[in-house]
Design a protein around this ligand. Structure first.
Ligand SMILES: Cc1ncc(COP(=O)(O)O)c(C=O)c1O
Length: 395
């Protein structure tokens, strides 16, 4: 059969970077390339007990169709949580449940972008979102990241010069892949620009609860008096990634459109995971659980940074994140980064070449992304030592 794929999908090709990742996904490879939460953060016993009690006490709600907007007690609890703890959300906003933040991001693009419309993204940014935007036929414009967030001057220039800009996509807290947190000053500047140019902001905050150092910075959504911000959150990194529960907080009129779009995708997010997420927030020691996850990531990130300093300290620079799951390491200019990533994989350590996260993969980039949540402590110690040895081969 000669398959005739749609133009949108035909244009998406597996890149050389993804081939490197495939080659380094073996069982004995040390996984600095993944973005999985640490398995020890899953509250397995509580999930087991809650599942049993749901199936004993109210099996029909868990097994029957639900409404597209999501399980009402979960929506109410989240709305209250965001308002009381993050001053996020106004009376004209509404919250609905999605099957992971990824779906919220895709729905935002679907309801605002026609084919060829522009989305301004931080560059580098999260591959899952970039690919979802690309698959929808949107045109991506990358604005470089700095150590305190997107380059504001270049963002303004893009807003002035690009045609049909519909969304500014941002991960302001503990960004994937750089680990950078956008400063309060820049958040205010971004919001002011969005208002000036009449463009919506898509604020992706799956790591918001995972702060382990530094100052709390308010969400951009907490500044939103004009109905300009679509805020996306997730249970993937605080409860379980496999349950696939996320949420969107946005102006009521926007939510109504996103809900209609979601109906055509999966009707609603699976009920059992939604009820589990509700019980996790309402009946579990939520705050204690979050602080125990923060502690795990504080320790793991510190271990990785210590080992980087020990084995590669004179040669590389890396971000020191206040939260999230990633470090972004700049290699010395004379080292060919893709080559280095291949050599690391051949030595049993998987890293992600930084170019994978660029809006334009052909731009120069000499960085790699390292994940500290998935590997064990022993793997962190061993893996960084190996990365140091591979680096020495180039000097
Ligand atoms: C920045 C960012 N946004 C969204 C997602 C998707 O999260 P979810 O599992 O909730 O779909 C991820 C997952 O790693 C991410 O890093």
């Amino acid at each position: 059969m000669n398959y005739s794929f749609s133009n949108r999908i035909a244009a998406l090709q597996p890149s050389i970077i993804r081939e490197i990742l495939k080659a380094s996904s073996g069982q004995n490879v040390i996984p600095f390339s993944a973005g999985n939460p640490a398995p020890e953060t899953f509250p397995i016993e509580a999930i087991r007990t809650f599942t049993q009690s749901i199936l004993e006490q109210d099996p029909v709600t868990a097994l029957q169709y639900g409404i597209t907007e999501g399980y009402a007690p979960l929506r109410d609890t989240l709305t209250h949580h965001l308002k009381t703890n993050y001053n996020t959300g106004t009376a004209s906003d509404e919250l609905f449940i999605v099957s992971g933040a990824q779906q919220g991001i895709e729905l935002a693009c679907k309801v605002f972008c026609n084919e060829g419309d522009t989305i301004i993204c931080e560059s580098p940014s999260f591959i899952g979102s970039l690919n979802s935007f690309r698959a929808s036929g949107a045109r991506l414009v990358g604005v470089p990241m700095e150590s305190d967030g997107i380059d504001i001057g270049k963002l303004e220039l893009a807003l002035q010069t690009e045609q049909n800009v519909k969304l500014i996509y941002l991960i302001p807290s503990f960004q994937n892949p750089t680990g950078v947190t956008t400063s309060l000053e820049k958040r205010k500047a971004i919001y002011a620009l969005a208002k000036q140019y009449g463009v919506m902001i898509l604020e992706d905050n799956p790591y918001g609860e995972l702060q382990f150092s530094g100052e709390d910075v308010p969400t951009i959504k907490s500044m939103d008096e004009e109905g300009l911000v679509i805020y996306v959150g997730s249970f993937s990194k605080i409860l379980s990634a496999g349950l696939r529960v996320g949420y969107v907080l946005a102006p009521n009129e926007v939510v109504q459109k996103m809900v209609v779009a979601k109906q055509g995708e999966d009707v609603h997010t699976a009920m059992l995971p939604q009820i589990l997420a509700y019980k996790f927030m309402a009946e579990y020691q939520y705050a204690e659980h979050i602080s125990s996850i923060r502690e795990i990531y504080r320790r793991k990130s510190a271990l990785m940074m210590d080992k980087l300093k020990e084995h590669m300290g004179n040669s590389i620079t890396f971000t020191q994140p206040d939260g999230g799951l990633f470090l972004w390491c700049d290699l010395p200019a004379h080292i060919p980064m893709l080559d280095y990533a291949k050599a690391a994989a051949a030595s049993g350590v998987a890293v992600v070449p930084g170019t994978a996260f660029l809006v334009d993969e052909s731009e120069p980039c000499n960085a790699i992304r390292l994940n500290f949540s998935t590997p064990s402590d022993e793997q962190i110690v061993k893996g960084i030592e190996i990365l140091g040895q591979v680096l020495k081969q180039y000097s």
